[in-house]
Ligand binder design. Structure first.
Ligand SMILES: Nc1ncnc2c1ncn2[C@@H]1O[C@H](COP(=O)(O)OP(=O)(O)OP(=O)(O)O)[C@@H](O)[C@H]1O
Ligand SMILES: [Mg+2]
Length: 227
């Protein structure tokens, strides 16, 4: 079923940082939200999550860094149990094993605190937690920017193969056009708090229309990045 929001906006300290924005996301969509730093991508991501949750829709969020999602004083097992509780998902050891295996971290010791795992493993753990409730949409805000390019590519591959055929849509927020170009079928470009351009990935890369899209596309070195 299509997810639909209209009139999203945000004002901070008297400044409009997100102008009225409406979006439709279909089941299984792979959308990229790109734009320069400070263009309002995370603000739109948060507004989207809040609005959809208020509608009762299942939306998960993967932040840029595992530090934002994991408490350094709590074990990974504690985090998993809390996530199940928050999602009202009855504890299910098989589901946990399946999701951790899907992200190739089933061998990790859940009794450890986050810093007992590498950052790559921590971020995969956060992504696995996001999958517990089989959400309709996962908003991934720079999910791999703290990882090396090979681990980043692996992590995105694992997530994609797990989501294949599930109907879960993804919104990938990034200023890395190289990452987005390889992962999504549709791109939205933000500039100064507005979505200024939206097109299929191929059309946007071949024929960017706005200054913001042109300047992102101008950095052709992104073709060399493996993720
Ligand atoms: N709480 C706040 N108070 C004042 N200004 C804010 C606040 N949160 C965000 N902003 C401003 O709003 C603008 C958009 O911020 P946002 O974090 O959404 O950008 P972004 O595109 O996600 O950037 P990045 O790529 O660096 O993560 C920025 O200019 C930022 O400084
Ligand atoms: Mg951001």
């Amino acid at each position: 079923m299509t997810l639909s929001v209209s009139g999203l906006g945000a004002v901070r300290s008297g400044r409009t940082i997100l102008h009225p924005t409406s979006l439709e996301i279909a089941s299984g969509d792979r959308i990229g939200l790109v734009g320069a730093s400070g263009s309002g991508k995370s603000t739109l991501g948060h507004a989207l999550i809040d609005d959809l949750r208020a509608q009762g829709r299942g939306v998960a969020h993967v932040p840029q860094s595992p530090d934002e999602a994991l408490d350094p004083l709590r074990s990974l097992e504690f985090h998993w149990n809390e996530a199940e509780l928050a999602l009202k998902a009855p504890p299910d050891a098989d589901r946990r094993k399946r999701l951790l295996s899907a992200l190739k971290i089933a061998g990790g010791d859940l009794g450890k605190r986050p810093w007992g795992w590498s950052r790559g493993m921590q971020q995969r753990f956060v992504i696995a937690m996001a999958l517990i409730g089989s959400p309709e949409l996962i908003v991934l805000d720079e999910p791999t920017s703290a990882l090396d390019p090979v681990i980043a590519a692996d992590t995105m591959d694992l997530l994609e193969s797990h989501l294949n055929g599930t109907g879960t849509a993804t919104l990938l927020i990034t200023h890395d056009l190289g990452l987005a170009a390889r992962r999504v079928s549709r791109l939205m470009v933000m500039d100064e708090g507005r979505v200024v351009e939206a097109a299929s990935t191929q059309d946007l890369l071949e024929c960017p229309r706005t200054g913001a899209a042109k300047s992102l596309c101008a950095h052709r070195s992104w073709l060399a990045v493996p993720c």
